[in-house]
Design a protein around this ligand. Sequence first.
Ligand SMILES: Nc1ncnc2c1ncn2[C@@H]1O[C@H](COP(=O)(O)OP(=O)(O)O)[C@@H](O)[C@H]1O
Ligand SMILES: [Mg+2]
Length: 323
Amino acid sequence: MQKLEEVLPFVHEAKNIHLAFYLYAAKSLGIKYKVLYPGIAQFWYKDKTWFIVKAMTPLNSMTARVVSGNKFTTVEVLRKAGLSVPKQTLVYSFKDLVSAKKQLGDIVVKPIKGSGGHGITILPQTKNDLQKAYKSATQKRKIAIAEEYFEGENYRIIVLGNKVLGVIKRLSAFVIGDGKHTIAELIEQKNKKRKKVGNATIKFNYDLELMLQKQNLSLNDIPAKGQKVALHGTSNLSEGGDVLNAQDSLQKYYLDISVKAAKALNLRFSGVDLIVRNPTQPGPYIINELNHSPGVRLAFLGTGRNIAEDVLKYIINLDLCVT
Ligand SMILES: Nc1ncnc2c1ncn2[C@@H]1O[C@H](COP(=O)(O)OP(=O)(O)O)[C@@H](O)[C@H]1O
Ligand SMILES: [Mg+2]
């Protein structure tokens, strides 16, 4: 198992955590590199050269990145490929959102593009919730998505070519009560620990407010000892979520689905976001998105391996000219 501290010197050089993992991997594989600009590096191996921009590698074409970067087109392509995806509606106005909610029931509202759970609201119910959800999903672009909510466990599957490099289980932000401290205090305590290891803190935002409301709790309540309090609907690390290695706990059925999804979207390297009811047997699931430039840090925290090494090896062995 590699240590996170070993990557830290490269962060200074790369000015980006994902690129730092690639520099670290290049060094151990004897691949030459130069940081051209914060977050951008050039690599050389024999007669080959390529660039990596933060988490973005040359393995996926520009068109595949555009299609998978759009959560609506992604779902359409996957549906066509026979994979299970949530029902979705494009939302051009608040009125559209209200009718989408009536049609779909329990929903998630999200920006058409984006990452890190930004702008996403899970299970808005009241008109006020919907208004806030709409506002937050349309901060950057006017079009948003309303999609069916799917209850289950969240996984990130890293796919390279036909192979699964890593399976990571993702837990939405939570705290465990100790019978003494308020929820706000427990969050502060957890955030201190998260900051120490360079993880994003649990955000005091509307998603958190909604989640507490659903449990009839407020930030000033003192949960009982051992009581688990859910804080966010999204499971992203950047929203305060946690990651666990799940290499052996997810049925092969879901790994095959992930490889099929990556193929359908023409991605050589991707992070498949999957929600499953029961990881131990084939059953109901949805693919909620595919990431064309998956975070290497998340994969490292979840698997203890620097998957950047596999990616660089793949690039140097690739016959095709890298794009
Ligand atoms: N349809 C859904 N049902 C339940 N939870 C969802 C759904 N879509 C997204 N989520 C939750 O929100 C998180 C972020 O959504 P995602 O579409 O992956 O956007 P991002 O690109 O911001 O990661 C997911 O990892 C998952 O925890
Ligand atoms: Mg995601």
